[in-house]
Ligand binder design. Structure first.
Ligand code: UDP
Length: 323
């Protein structure tokens, strides 16, 4: 018997890949997405699966969500205000979506105790400089006057709430802290670096490195991340736990710009943009961000295997045909 997975934010970048993988393995998928950052083009090709259904609405529509959660065997909660730019530009919406949406999902799933995967983020580690980040490390957030930290704080609250439901009500909740995840369908509009660089390189326009470019990140391919999420929500041993999901291969943003340029044989110049020009005032960037992924590896065999060069090729392939 196929199981039914409700994917909130299922028309988004990661959500659409999850939907695709689940449908391909014979499961049924219900997507709810308000198309704030998700796109119908991301799931167009899934309509041919009889087990696929999509509702365009917000997770804050409680009455609708009661019906959808009621039909689900598993809930993958990805709907959120994502991307640094969106969070800095629309902080009220970002905080409310991230907190209230999760409250509604957890409260409804608690009625029949369906397992819930809560998508959290490496942002919750804040500006701690001790890498790699392990799940039990302290979270070091900046002041509330700096908008960026509201995202981390709202996601940390989601984690607290999920873990509280697990302990208080026995709701099977698993939390995944996603580090920089990349691949086709990720859009650059909300500040994500790799799609921006690839688009710039393909267009021959300047590749914009913010700040000194010595800040670093680790990029995991969405195709490696998705099976880990599916295995985590199905693993009883994961419930009540927090898991880092990401690559541990660190690269500076300047090196990334150079790699994209080289790989795509682009004539683009690499230019430095001061942070004040790139973001609004109140922004603080993270210097390094490296996950310790042993926990997810030991429980569900998670490994970010796909090399960055291959990821760049696939993202470029997407942008060559995407509109
Ligand atoms: N970045 C950049 N150029 C861009 C977009 C982003 O140099 O066009 C930098 C950004 O300042 C950050 C890094 O790339 O240091 C990763 O940014 P992204 O928004 O992708 O992810 P996050 O900051 O959440 O890790």
């Amino acid at each position: 018997m196929p199981a039914t997975y409700l994917i909130t934010g299922g028309a988004g970048f990661i959500g659409s890949h999850l939907a695709e993988a689940l449908l391909a393995s014979g499961e049924r998928v219900l997507v709810v997405d308000d198309l704030s950052t998700g796109r119908l083009q991301n799931i167009e090709h899934l309509k041919r699966f009889p087990g696929f259904e999509c509702v365009v609405d917000t997770v804050m529509n409680r009455a609708l969500m009661a019906g959808l959660v009621g039909r689900a065997d598993y809930v993958l909660h990805l709907a959120a205000a994502v991307g640094v730019r969106l969070v800095v530009e629309s902080p009220v919406r970002a905080i409310e979506t991230n907190v209230r949406g999760t409250e509604i999902v957890l409260e409804l799933a608690n009625r029949r105790k369906q397992p819930v995967f809560i998508t959290s983020t490496s942002e919750v580690y804040g500006k701690t400089s001790r890498v790699p980040f392990a799940e039990d490390d302290d979270l070091v957030l900046g002041p509330t006057t700096r908008g960026r930290w509201s995202y981390a704080c709202s996601k940390a609250l989601d984690e607290f709430l999920g873990i509280a439901y697990f302990h208080e009500s026995g709701l099977p909740v698993v939390i995944g802290r996603l580090f920089n995840t990349v691949g086709p369908r990720q859009r650059g509009r909300y500040g994500m670096v790799l799609p921006n660089f690839v688009k710039q390189a393909l267009a021959g326009s300047p590749i914009t490195v913010y700040g000194d470019g010595m800040q670093s990140r680790c990029f995991a391919y969405v195709g490696d991340v998705v099976p880990a999420i599916v295995r985590l929500i199905q693993s009883e041993a994961a419930y009540g736990g927090v898991f880092n999901i990401g690559s541990d291969q660190e690269i500076s943003i300047r090196e990334l710009a150079e790699l994209v340029k080289r790989r795509l044989e682009s004539p683009s110049d690499i230019v430095s943009i001061p942070y004040e020009e790139a973001y609004r005032v109140g922004f603080e960037d993270m210097r390094r961000r490296v996950p310790d992924t042993r926990k997810a590896f030991e429980l569900v065999g998670f490994e970010a295997r796909t090399p960055l060069t291959e990821i760049i090729d696939r993202v470029a392939e997407y942008y060559r045909v995407a509109v």
